[in-house]
Design a protein around this ligand. Structure first.
Ligand SMILES: Cc1cc2nc3c(=O)[nH]c(=O)nc-3n(C[C@H](O)[C@H](O)[C@H](O)COP(=O)(O)OP(=O)(O)OC[C@H]3O[C@@H](n4cnc5c(N)ncnc54)[C@H](O)[C@@H]3O)c2cc1C
Length: 471
């Protein structure tokens, strides 16, 4: 079985890798996906505890209306009807020390909600959503690419509290604070997750990777689990195959890296002359922030609380975004914000916040304390939750890294800063010919819609290359 040959080999069966794999298999190409874990999905998996369902990391979807790109991609692959979608309304609620605001499925309603709290900003709120978030034109996109989201918010709004609540979404959902995140990416995120957000998979998020996996294999694709790639074989600076940790080798015309990029360029590409340039570029690049996740089984079912499914955000105060800086410098481990989701049966709660990457011994010592800080903030929105914990599973940045290999447990690949917007494009097929990048390290458009779009794009490029067509 040594040196099996494929047209395309994909490293990683996360959503990015699976989408690329399905689209290439749909075009009748001979494709192999190799995955180090025993299940597909990467960050998009689920598990059960006491018979109760939890989504491990990714839990909500955007961009799934009929106009959404994720909708179009899943439809093209033929899995849209295989996953059971539901939409919750409101998708998000932000609770601060002095108000609570809902982000509803109806944009007009969201604009009214925000305007009733910030009446002086009424016109600016409407203009922000209607002229910026919902508009898609090239000139505007180019302008937004150059600035941060904070700059854009400063152009539109005066009230600091309004700017802070809008700035929470890129921090929580993209792992990049408003004063660093590219305005283009943040606006895109608002469109996908706030205007067209609130979608969930009622059987759990693992419904999606499983549906993609089934489709991929039905189309003749081969998926190999428990197969960790140790290196990418190169000849004359061209990627020609992979070697697994167990020594097995596979050859291909094209390789797609749909996993952590630092590992690929720093560890896996050993025999490549141009690697030095890539190493220098990657050394300078910043990953997105990591997260700390607590999956809680409750002793007693919640009554009179927020609706299950909705993302409920609680800010400690309006300075929440300074906390992560202190965390990165390891000078303070306080919690600036949490996001809480009540499970459908109201017997579970999942809590999220940003946390810095540190090793296993640090988190062994500190994770219980960090959890109690999160729980304290959660008890502001769900009173009594701190005395209602039956069991908890904690997922630290170290755990995220172990699970998926993502550098520093980064939640969303590269930080979506203006400077980093196009760097991944330079590395794709540029450093090692025929080595393409997919997933959240292969572009800065993140989350499940972002990696699906990246996966679709790379498959299109490879198919065109196979036909020798320039795109
Ligand atoms: C806590 C958390 C919550 C999130 N919530 C949301 C959300 O609600 N909605 C949303 O849209 N996004 C969310 N995201 C982001 C989203 O989950 C990711 O951006 C997306 O799933 C990344 O997909 P991917 O395919 O690029 O990579 P990954 O999911 O990281 O998959 C990479 C795969 O490659 C495999 N791999 C790694 N190294 C190797 C190797 N050497 N050999 C073989 N296989 C390898 C890994 O095991 C993994 O399966 C969240 C992320 C986190 C961490």
């Amino acid at each position: 079985m040594n040196d099996e040959r494929y047209q395309v080999i994909i490293i990683g069966a996360g959503i990015g890798g699976l989408v690329s794999g399905c689209l290439l298999a749909l075009a009748k190409k001979k494709v192999l996906i190799v995955e180090k874990n025993d299940v597909p999905g990467g960050y998009c998996t689920s598990f059960k505890q006491f018979g109760l369902h939890f989504d491990t990391c990714a839990h909500s979807l955007g961009d799934l209306s009929k106009q959404g790109k994720l909708f179009a991609i899943l439809n093209k692959i033929g899995v849209l009807e295989k996953v059971k979608r539901v939409r919750y309304d409101p998708g998000d609620i932000i609770v601060t020390e002095d108000f609570e605001v809902c982000f509803n499925n109806s944009l007009d309603k969201t604009i009214r909600n925000l305007s009733s709290i910030f009446p002086k900003e009424k016109e600016a709120i409407s203009a922000f959503f209607k002229n910026i978030v919902c508009r898609q034109d090239f000139v505007q996109a180019m302008q937004l690419h150059k600035q941060t989201f904070s700059m854009l918010l400063d152009d539109y709004f005066v009230d600091l509290r309004l700017k802070k609540i809008l700035g929470l979404f890129p921090l929580g959902n993209l792992g990049t604070p408003a004063n660093h995140v590219s305005a283009f990416i943040a606006v895109k995120h608002f469109k996908q997750f706030i205007v067209d957000g609130g979608y969930y998979l009622s059987r759990g998020m693992d419904d999606l990777p499983r549906a993609l996996m089934r489709r991929f294999t039905a189309l003749g694709g081969k998926l190999s689990f428990g197969s960790e790639v140790a290196s990418v074989k190169c000849r004359n600076n061209t990627a020609v195959g992979i070697i697994l940790r167990n020594g097995r080798e596979f050859s291909a015309d094209f390789i797609i890296s749909a996993c952590d990029l630092k590992s690929v360029f720093m560890r896996m590409l050993t025999d490549l002359k141009t690697r030095k340039r890539a190493k220098n570029i990657i050394r300078e690049m910043q990953p997105s922030l990591s997260l700390f996740v607590a999956h809680v089984v409750l002793k007693k079912k919640l009554c009179n609380s927020y609706s299950p499914g909705t993302n409920v955000w609680r800010l400690r105060n309006y300075e929440y975004d300074r906390v992560h800086k202190r965390q990165i410098n390891y000078s303070d481990m306080s919690v600036g914000w949490i996001m809480l989701r009540i499970g459908i049966r109201k017997k579970t709660v999942t809590l999220f916040t940003n946390a810095p990457y540190r090793g296993s011994s640090f988190w062994r010592r500190n994770r219980v304390d960090f959890f109690s800080r999160i729980l304290k903030l959660a008890s502001d929105v769900v009173p009594g939750i701190d005395n209602n914990v039956k069991s908890v599973q904690l997922l630290t940045p170290f755990g995220l890294n172990k699970m998926t290999g993502n550098y520093n447990g980064a939640g969303y690949g590269w930080a979506s800063t203006p400077n980093q917007s196009f760097v991944a494009d330079l590395l794709s097929d540029g450093v090692a010919k025929n080595l393409f990048l997919s997933g959240h390290w292969g572009s800065v458009a993140q989350g499940i819609p972002g990696v699906a779009i990246a996966g679709e794009r790379v498959s299109r490029i490879i198919l065109a290359r196979m036909k020798n067509v320039k795109i």
